[in-house]
Ligand binder design. Sequence first.
Ligand code: SF4
Length: 346
Amino acid sequence: MQRALALGVGPEIVRRLLSAIVARGVHDPAAWGRDCQIPRRLIDAIGNLSRLELEHSVVSGTDGFQKLRFRTHDSLAVETVIIPLHKPGAVSICLSSQVGCVMCCQFCATARMPRRRSLETWEIIDQFIQARHLARSTGRRVTGAVFMGMGEPFLNYERVLAAAELLRCPFGASIAAKTITISTVGLVPEIDRYTDEGHKYRLAISLGAATDAKRARLVPLAARTPVAAVMAAARRHAQARQDRVTLAYVCISGENMGQDDARALGELIGDTPVRLDLIEVTDLTGRFHPPTADELRSFRDALTRHVGQPIVRRYSGGKDIRAACGTLAGELIEETGGGAANPRHR
Ligand code: SF4
């Protein structure tokens, strides 16, 4: 958009071009000129947008989650997940914002990827466009998008927000803002910036644990900021939006699911309006284990007493194809020779 405007091309032409690419998925520069009357000089200027190469697509044999692995122009692996929703035929796309991640969350495979960089806005949007094409080709429709794939979205703030805007806007993908979620492990300056800028996308803040000591073990980089400061930013966001803020909590057996953890979480949250999403850990190293059904029930009961606000068990699917939260790892999977247990390839 900026490159086009710098060339002196009017906003209407830019809208037409974005509509062709993002809304209709037309990538042939010849078609831009022929069908959309896009000026030659604009086509010459942006016609060399490198596309992600779809390298691998695999569907879970258990729950229909579909993982796509792309290769960037500089040979980095990027993974994207098509998530089936409750409504039949509806899916959401889980997008990556970075290759690898510096946040070092101990249960996350992405953190162990050897090569790292932030993705360009165009690389984020191309994940969406190609995933949407695959979903449509099998009769599914895309009704949402979540920035919960590889990387910490707020470490790539500008490009992620630009991508979200292209997903939302009527000449882009026309996805309702309230069905777009941006997730963060708790970067306070960026949460405040996001709040001040008044974005309408949903914000999900991942806590890891309710105390600084436990966060230092589980999410060491994020834990450099005291959890009380993260919660204060969450509260400011909830107040500004006049809405509940989503807190994500990764449930790890024997680590952060005791009665004391539930009490600490209740004290931390206080009267801040929240929705608490509980996600069972999937750790490829085997160091951390998901809770048993009894452990989860007991923790949930304790949270009901201490938090007393909506608690949702969020399904993290596609475990057999390594599409679950914390298991996207592109090149790392190749290096370790890991594979899917019972996948269907497309
Ligand atoms: S959980 Fe998210 S923020 Fe943490 S290392 Fe993984 S990708 Fe980064």
